[in-house]
Write a protein of this length. Sequence first.
Length: 311
Amino acid sequence: MLKPEGEYWRRGLQAALAYHSDHGHLRVPYGHTAPDGFPLGVWISAQRRAHRQGNLAEDRVQQLDEVGMIWSRYSVAFDEGLAAARGWAAEHGHLLAPHEATWQDYPVGVWLKNQRTAARRAHNAEAPEQQADRPVASSVSAERWQELDDIDPSWCPSWPVAWQRCFHLARTHLSDGRPLPEESGLLLIQGEDIGHWAQAQRAEWNTLVPAQQWLLAEVLGLEPHEEPVPVSARTTATPRRSRAEMWAANLTAARQYAHREGHLNVPRPHIETVDGTDHALGVFIANSRARRTNLALERVEELTTIGMRWS
């Protein structure tokens, strides 16, 4: 009688053989499940990992070779990560996973961090020839990153992922018609104390970039404390600005971009510098487009005039 491990192996090998027979290859998506419910994608990934670590018996290596196993992780790495990302996002409602996050034992948090690093490197490269030296920052990867954008447009923010995750959770809470708490410990979502986070943003308002201030004010309705709380690490205080002033500053950045580029199709990670001040223009444009129905008519007209495409 087969031991449990042997039975699991037998089922995996049979599922792999059936998959190869149906598809002509063993590039099995990480999240793929066989018709009988066997997690073939996870099993294939585990065999590849064991082989890479030298922990897979030679006879099993030979059996997998006979059914067309693809041992190179790089041939399927992105597809595995993308499948895990989709699975994690389906459960949590966003793609802002913490570093330690996993999905069916796949380290999706680490994978997403690596994709963000590569995406930012590609975006900040000074010349196309520099990008050519970085395989992960190729045009193919740019197309694949669009697949991540399709899951969650905010997956690669210009600021820390932890900040964007809390912002997303707070926005979702508000969209359900529930107010943000005024104190810590009253609202815990996915391990985040939203009340504590909201109060921290108000207290440390001047340490945030203008785009973050705009999101807090326009989307969450938050305002800075009347008396800013001193921050020992702060070296330069940013003057407090009203919502109208923040809008005007972003609009100026949008005009500058449109005049230079001839359009307003701004990549989400793009930072536009105006008179020495950085503006997260890509975030501003994306959020304005998403919130068109909530914008004042004159603001919609201002963006439309300089080339905004609303769909």
